[in-house]
Ligand binder design. Structure first.
Ligand SMILES: *Cc1c(COP(=O)(O)O)cnc(C)c1O
Length: 450
């Protein structure tokens, strides 16, 4: 038996994989990865897979990046971890300083955790407690958008709106106020995205103005609802939302767990609306895709609502064992260093153009209803009927067919439902983008034919 198949067999006898119906693996082989190098993952037979989705949107500068590797190795021989309660270390301090330098203006404190869902939980709890500390006891509700995704833990899931993840657990979840999404996919044919965003904002504004005294915060994914089928919307919605939240005294939580670190074309999505949130949640790309680290950034105004004598019990009594892990922080510092030293955001503008040129012709395909892009993210929506936009039945699992075909061509693509998307590491080359588009096109042809 080959190493791959023996590993896969041992795996299936002891592991339970994320977001997977494990029975699928009776027919769908697990891919055992031996090593990573740059944009490629390599299996035990020497087959290479171009990681077009950055290993679930985390990787920024390739696998086993020499700069990040060296930084982690150096940290490893100095300090691997120390608890952040009562203690500190240089990498946590330096990372915080550097994050606050590049984050939207007004954010001035970093609270660490180790995954995006936790970063969201922390923002929700901080917002709630901040109002409580100010005597606003009626503020207990959160507002989120249709089709949003904010993570899997119960609080984060409650403010999410993707049925596949949420429905089963609905009886366990807190009540949230859900408002229509500005998702441009649903705009009228002759309507501009910006006009649609303004139109959709009316429902948000109505909720905020009517229920301001109950609402702690609005949580939103800036510019792209990633897990919600990579749906995109106009930044002006965020501008309007910031103004309304200020008017009605409601916090704004920007969940940039997925879109942060350059995915939308700017370092943070909020920049495109020229706004600053009260809470900024970041995770995935924060360590370049190396180690689990997340942060919830907030303002001094909010920090001050917690800052008092101990016995008043207004402190934020929330911790995770690995808060501010030194290895992860060091990877984060190295990641920010690469952005700065290599002018990544500027360079990506060119890559984004190449990505668009590669997929724009897909628009003509009879089973593609939409091809969209925001920065370094492109998405292609497959439908049964182009005119009516009737989707393929989810049970047909058309996206899975694209996944399977792409693997045979040495490409890792993992569509969400019927949406094929690219979220590549920023080291991707023009040639690789073209190859990716060719393989995606072929995979789509196979997937849409019965
Ligand atoms: C992935 C994601 C999360 C959850 O992050 P995890 O690290 O997987 O817990 C939260 N919000 C958004 C927008 C995400 O894409």
């Amino acid at each position: 038996m080959s190493i791959s198949s023996s590993l896969s067999k041992r795996d299936l006898s002891v592991l339970w994989h994320p977001c997977t119906q494990m029975k699928d693996h009776e027919t769908l082989p697990l891919i055992s990865i031996k090593r990573g190098e740059g944009i490629f993952l390599e299996d035990f037979e020497g087959n290479r897979y171009l990681d077009a989705i950055s290993s679930w949107w985390v990787n920024l500068f390739g696998h086993c990046n020499p700069i990040i590797n060296a930084a982690i190795k150096e940290q490893l021989d100095t300090l691997e971890h120390v608890m952040l309660g009562g203690f500190t270390h240089e990498s946590a301090v330096v990372l915080s300083e550097k994050l606050l330098e590049v984050a939207p203006k007004g954010l001035s404190k970093c609270f660490y955790s180790d995954n995006g869902s936790s970063a969201v939980e922390i923002a929700l709890k901080m917002s709630f407690q901040s109002w409580r500390n100010q005597g606003k006891l009626k503020k207990t509700k959160f507002v989120s958008l249709e089709n949003s995704y904010h993570g899997e833990t119960l609080g984060a899931l409650a403010v999410s709106n993707v049925a596949l993840y949420k429905q089963t657990f609905a009886p366990l979840l807190m009540d949230v106020i859900t408002v229509p999404s500005p998702d441009s996919y649903h705009r009228e044919l002759d309507e501009l995205s910006r006009d649609y965003a303004i139109r959709q904002f009316q429902a948000m504004d109505a909720v905020l103005s009517e229920r301001a005294d109950e609402i702690c915060a609005v949580i939103i994914e800036p510019l792209i609802q990633c897990a919600g089928n990579m749906r995109m919307y106009h930044p002006y919605y965020l501008t309007l939302l910031r103004i309304a939240c200020d008017n009605y005294h409601i916090h704004l939580i920007a969940d940039e767990v997925a879109v942060g670190f350059g995915r939308t074309g700017t370092l943070f999505g909020c920049e495109q609306a020229n706004i600053s949130p009260d809470f900024l949640c970041i995770a995935k790309g924060l360590t370049g895709g190396y180690l689990p680290l997340a942060a919830t950034l907030t303002t001094d105004a909010i920090y001050q609502t917690f800052y008092d004598d101990y016995h008043k019990l207004t402190g934020f009594f929330h911790s995770h064992s690995y808060t501010g892990n030194a290895l992860a922080c060091r990877a984060g510092i190295a990641t920010l260093g690469i952005f700065q030293q290599q002018g990544i955001i500027e360079k990506n503008k060119q890559l984004a153009k190449i990505m668009w040129a590669a997929v724009a012709p897909f628009k003509e395909h009879p089973n593609i209803s939409d091809v969209r892009q925001t920065g370094m993210v492109v998405a292609i929506e497959l439908v049964k009927n182009k005119q009516t936009r009737e989707p393929f039945a989810w049970q047909e699992r058309r996206g899975l067919k694209v996944y399977q075909y792409a693997l045979t061509q040495g490409i890792l693509l993992r569509p969400i439902g019927n949406v094929v998307y690219f979220i590549p590491p920023y080291i991707i080359t023009e040639e690789q983008i073209k190859q990716l588009a060719t393989v995606a096109w072929q995979g789509i042809q196979i997937a849409v034919t019965d």
